[in-house]
Each structure stands twice: as C-alpha cells, then as structure tokens.
Ligand binder design. Structure first.
Ligand SMILES: [Zn+2]
Length: 703
C-alpha cells in the first residue's frame, strides 16, 4: 500500500545526545551508541558532526572542503547505522553561535553593534554569526556538502539577529541597497526606520532559510530542513518570524520544553502553549516541541519522571512531535527509563497521533503586536535575555495577561487553541465560536475590523483591560478600535488599584460559585462609560485611602460590561483580570473567567473528579471519524519540580455530542488499555476513566 504521507508527517520522536569533546567522541563505540538510541524508542536523531562545544568551530567529523579541520568521518558511520535501524538522521548545524577559534580567523562573519564592535555571545565565549555576512557562503557550502551524505534532514540552530545587531559590513551594504539609506541607529520604536530595520532583519532570515533549503534539496530532494523557531515571546528580540519562514521550512520546531530555573514560576503547560501556537502557524505542516531533559542551567541534571512525562504529554496532546535532548554522557541514566516508556507508548499508538487536528472552538490570542510594541516581560532563552522589568506601571504585562487566560482555560478544562495576529485576518478566526483577547492592547485596524466582523456574524468575544486601545505599533488611539464591540462609550482613564475591592453581585451567572461578597479588584482598571444597551456587572469604588479604611463609595465606572453586537456578543472586563489572576491565582478569578466562557459557549467537555481538582489540562482532537480526548494530570505536592503525580481515580467525563456523533461508538483509553462503557443521554456521552496518571488519551471511534 502506498501512502501520501511523507515520513516527517508521521510522529517523530527525535533525540539529540550532545556529544563529548572530539577525542572522546571519536572513541565512542558507534554500534553500541546506535543500539542505545533504538532501545530508547527514538525514530530520528539530531546528530552533531561539527564540534560545537564552544559554538560552530568549522571542525567537522566528515570530509568537507569548508572545514577548518577535518576529523574522523563519523557522519558516514552514524548515518549508515541509523539508516539500518530505521532512525532518521538529521544533522544539527549551528548558524547563530561562532566559536572563539573561528571568530578569530573569520571576524567578518560576526554580528556587530552600531559602533562596529563584535556583540559578545551570552554563552560566555565566541560571538554571533551573521547570516548576511560571508558566513552564508560557508553555511550553504556546508549544507551542500552534507546533502551528499545519507542524511534525512538538517536542523538549523538559529538563525537569529540580536536585538542590538547587526551592523556588519554586509548588513550595512544590503540594507543601503534595499532601503536607500544607512541602517538606522537608535531609531525611535515604531518609527519608519524602526519598521524598515525590523523588516530587513526578519526578511534576511526568511531569505537565508529559502536559500538553505534550496542548497539542501537541489542535491537531496527528500531531505527536510527546519530552524529553531521562536516561542511565545516578543519576536523583536530575535527577529525570527514563523509566518515569514514557514514557507521555507518542512516543519516548525520550538524549544517549548526547555525548562529552567525556579520551576515554581514556570507554567507547567508551557510545552502545550508552544505546540498550540506552532499548530496555528505551521499551516498544516508538522510541528515539534523540543524538550530538554535537563533543568537549566544544570546541563547534566535530569528532570524527574513526572516532569518529563508532563512535558511530553503537553506537547503530544496538541499534535506536536517531540525532540528530547540531553548530554550523551546521560544516555544510560536511570531517568532515561521514563523517556523510553513515553516513546514506547507513542510508538505503539502512532496512528492516533498522525494527521489529527484540533477540535477546539475557543481561540486565545497571542498578540505579537502587543508583545513587541506595548510592554511585556519575557523569559530568558538561549537566544534572548530575560525581560523582567516593566517600564510603565499603569500598563499591563502582555505575557502575564496571556498566561492568566491560558491557565484559567486550562484549569477549567476548556479545549482551546492559541492563535496569533495573522490568524485574525487569514480566515482562521471564522472557525471558532469564541475569541479571547487577553489584554490585546495593540491591534491593527484591519485586525480590529476582522474581530468586528467575527462578532457581527455571531461570534463571541471576551476582552480585557486596554484591548485595542493602541494601534499595531503602540500608538495610543483616541478611542479603542473595538469600542463599539466592547460596548464602551468613553474612556476616562486608567486606574491603578492597590487594595481595592469589587462587590460580587449575588444571583449573577458570572459570579456563580463565588462565595465572597467582595473580591479584590484587578490591579489595573479602565474607567469608562458604556453604550446604550450594554449591561454592567460590578463597579469600581472611589480610591481607597488605606488598607484599613472604610470601604469607599461605588463609582459609575463598570468592572464588567456585557454587550450584544450584531449576531454576537462580548464580555469586556475593564480590569486586567487575566494578569491579576496570573499573579495571584485567586480561585474566585479562575471561576469568574470560566463563568464568562460558559456564558458564551456551552461546555464541550466536562470532567468530574472525586475531589476538587483543577490541575488537569485537556485537549480535544479529531482524526477522521474518531475523536481524541487528551488529559494531562499535573496534580502534585504543591511544588516543582514535581517528584510524582498523584493519580486521580474514577474521572467522570461528559462530552457534548457533535454533529455526526449520534451512532454507536467505542471508547478506549490508550495508556490504561481499556474499553470504557459509555452512556448516552440528552445529547451527551458520559463515561468513567478508572485512573488518570500523568497522561491519558481516550479514543472515541464511531462504529
Ligand atoms: Zn550582519
């Protein structure tokens, strides 16, 4: 039987065992090494055949005319052993970090700041390679050389531009040629020069990818290529733009499972969020979440079994392939048993992870415009520095706002997707019933118009705080571009609430299950008046002078505005309820956000637990006639890294029947390996999952 699906369109379980220093690398028993990889259940490998211990060094483990030094040919041996055992060989090629030795002989390959100085690498050694410099000839020559070997693909680590680069000779010349003036230095953010400079660097990366792919596929047409793509972060910091590069990549990969530092501050669902963004941006191509086995910055310390399971489950629950990387010295570590267990499970059930698509009807926006031009904190990555300070205390943190909604939706077990600004206007939005705009402060007029059309046609909208108060480049508008949809008549200003309260209005669905009469007000709020016909819940009070003073009087500024618009409707929270929930995790706010979603759409899936548990993430996917429910359980002992997950027993699942689901069906749990008895009533299908460990996937197949 022939299949139209090419090998990388079936689940990849990629391993990257970072090799030791050259002498030890060459002395490894390659037969034994190959056996380790297949025993662990991987079906693809990123292999390092350049010495990259201090960045790209030009020292190759295969013959290359572009090499500074040719060492033992390991590539031929590894590729042939992998080929024999069915493991795909994908060569890792570092195109962003140049070693000190190569930096010294090729200074013209390095990224430079506006003063012409080499930008030092944050890795502590060497510099950043510039993909517009003559380095590109080295890169394409290397790719052509590699293409002649028995390889299945190339992974490019990078390419990136640093925020303060690049002003090398080649970049200066090329920018001058394209734009007719010298590269701008210190251009005001969102000025024309700033747009040109950001656009130049992003399109340089897209062009590099296009030519790199040509270089590979002209010799080796079946081989695939992809780069290290950005995650949920402002892409101004690295100039990588998936929307511009995806046409020149065969797959998207991002480091959504690279966990580091104090994990208590890192959302446990980070790999899921990455997979969800990539799914939207990949446009039907495969996407992969890279999971580091270690806890950064300790490169040789492996994460616990529970954390490893959860990271993988979060990725595969959203249709992503997985990449797992540790040092080769760790490849027989006892903790590798977990990866083998995960891989064996995924391999055994490959059909249920191939060719699936999300069945979510809720979309949560990750706004690049807001992340880039408003303000946000950002995690440190291998490519960019952390951003922990906010300049404007009366403005939101766009990452926190997104995280707040993500966490609330996840813990309320609402199946949802993550979309980006592009998805508002490219036809994607119309496939959803509810759009959530978490403090989407910056929005292009065309994007606002698309949202307006969506609601007018019957779509539901939830928005918070200063959504659409700025254009896509952060210029404050006279009135919010979505004011008519939000139900806002006039914005009077923004308030900063230190210890203010909001009265809970008994009997209102939005406040259902909140047993307090007063709840804290979100720290930031918009003071506004509303349009005729808008319905208000809760009001801000006059400023409270001290924590201990009497409650001040209520004002006429609404806390929540409900507004019907066209065939659809909107709930507008004037406070930054999402960022506030992200910061304090007050359960009443999770309830409030979940109630808003329930008011807008009928829940598709409900899970009942024996105890009150919120630490389960769900995903709903479709494959042909089958529906898949993925459940990721991260119920632990109140801290991270989690040493173990507490199993949940007798999980009651109720699924609203969808079109075409009226017939008989079979319900099967893949990890538990059981057929479950379903019960139908009033348009729902109910069943009980006997036990949920870290992860379960349930397949509901139409008979
Ligand atoms: Zn340059």
């Amino acid at each position: 039987m022939t299949t139209a699906t090419s090998w990388h369109e079936r689940p990849l379980r990629i391993v990257d065992f970072i090799p030791p220093a050259p002498d030890r690398y060459e002395a490894l028993d390659m037969a034994e090494q190959a056996a380790v990889r297949s025993e662990l259940g991987f079906n693809a490998e990123h292999i390092e055949v350049h010495d990259v211990s201090l960045g790209e060094s030009g020292i190759t483990f295969y013959p290359s005319e572009f090499a500074v030094e040719n060492r033992k040919d390991l590539l031929t041996e590894i590729a042939s052993r992998n080929g024999a055992s069915g493991v795909k060989t994908i060569v890792y090629f570092n195109v962003h970090w140049l070693s000190p030795s190569l930096s010294e002989v090729k200074p013209e390959w390095l990224q430079r700041d506006s003063a012409g100085e080499v930008i030092p690498s944050a890795y502590g050694q060497g510099g950043y390679s510039c993909i517009n410099s003559p380095f590109r000839e080295y890169a394409f020559g290397t790719i052509r050389t590699l293409a002649k070997h028995r390889i299945d693909g190339i992974f490019l680590d990078g390419p990136i531009f640093r925020e303060d680069g690049c002003y090398c000779e080649a970049c200066r010349q090329q920018f001058q040629d394209e734009y007719g003036y010298e590269p701008p230095v210190g251009a005001a953010i969102a000025s024309r020069e700033d747009h040109d400079w950001f656009g130049f660097r992003r399109s340089s990366i897209a062009r590099f990818m296009r030519e790199a792919r040509q270089a590979l596929q002209e010799t080796n047409p079946g081989a695939i290529i992809y780069m290290n793509s950005p995650q949920l972060a402002p892409n101004r910091l690295c100039c990588r733009d998936n929307r511009m590069t995806v046409a020149h990549q065969d797959m998207l990969l991002a480091e959504g499972g690279f966990l580091g530092g104090d994990l208590r501050t890192v959302p446990v669902w980070k790999p899921a969020a990455t997979a969800m963004l990539l799914e939207t941006q990949a446009g039907g191509k495969p996407y992969c979440v890279a999971i580091a086995g270690r806890l950064s910055p300790w490169s040789r310390y492996l994460l616990t079994a529970a954390e490893t399971w959860i990271a993988h489950a979060m990725a595969v629950a959203h249709g992503a392939w997985t990449w797992y990387g540790v040092y080769n010295d760790n490849n027989k570590d006892a903790r590798m048993r977990t990866v083998r267990e995960i891989n064996d499970f995924l391999a055994a059930h490959e059909e249920h992870y191939t060719g699936t698509r999300s069945a979510a009807r809720v979309a949560l926006l990750w706004s690049y415009a807001t992340a880039n031009y408003y303000q946000t904190t950002a995690e440190a990555t291998d490519f960019t520095d952390a951003k922990s300070r906010l300049r404007h205390l009366d403005r939101n943190d766009s990452r926190q706002a997104f995280n707040g909604w993500f966490d609330a939706l996840s813990r309320s077990r609402v199946p949802f997707d993550v979309i980006d600004d592009t998805a508002l206007t490219d036809g994607t939005l119309g496939g959803y019933e509810l759009l959530v705009l978490p403090g989407a402060s910056c929005m292009a007029a065309a994007d606002a118009e698309a949202v307006r059309r969506f609601v007018k046609a019957g779509g539901r909208l939830i928005a918070t705080f200063d959504t659409s108060f700025y254009d896509e480049y952060g210029h404050r508008l006279d009135e919010p571009s979505l004011a008519d949809v939000l139900g806002v008549r006039q914005v009077r200003g923004t308030r900063v609430n230190a210890f203010d309260h909001i009265a809970v209005e008994a009997g209102q669905d939005l406040f259902a299950e909140i047993d307090q009469t007063l709840v804290p007000s979100a720290l930031l709020g918009v003071e506004c008046s509303v349009r005729e016909g808008a319905d208000v819940s809760g009001f801000y009070r006059e400023r409270q002078l001290s924590r201990y003073s009497e409650l001040p009087d209520a004002t006429s500024s609404p806390y929540i505005v409900r507004h019907a618009y066209g065939q659809g409707s909107c709930i507008y929270f004037t406070g930054n309820v999402d960022g506030f929930y992200s910061a304090y995790a007050l359960p009443e706010y999770r309830t409030l956000l979940a109630n808003a979603v329930r008011e807008m759409i009928e829940p598709e899936l409900e899970c009942g637990f024996e105890t009150d548990v919120a630490s389960v993430h769900v995903s709903l996917r479709i494959k042909g006639d089958s529906l898949l429910i993925h459940l990721v359980n991260y119920t632990g002992s109140m801290t991270r890294p989690m040493s173990s997950v507490l199993p949940l027993r007798n999980v009651r699942i109720r699924l609203r029947e969808r079109d075409g689901w009226s017939g008989e069906c079979t319900i099967r749990s893949l990890r538990g390996n059981r057929t479950l008895a379903g019960e139908r009533s009033e348009g729902t299908l109910s069943f009980v999952l006997p036990v949920l460990h870290e992860y379960e996937a349930i397949v509901i197949a139409n008979d």
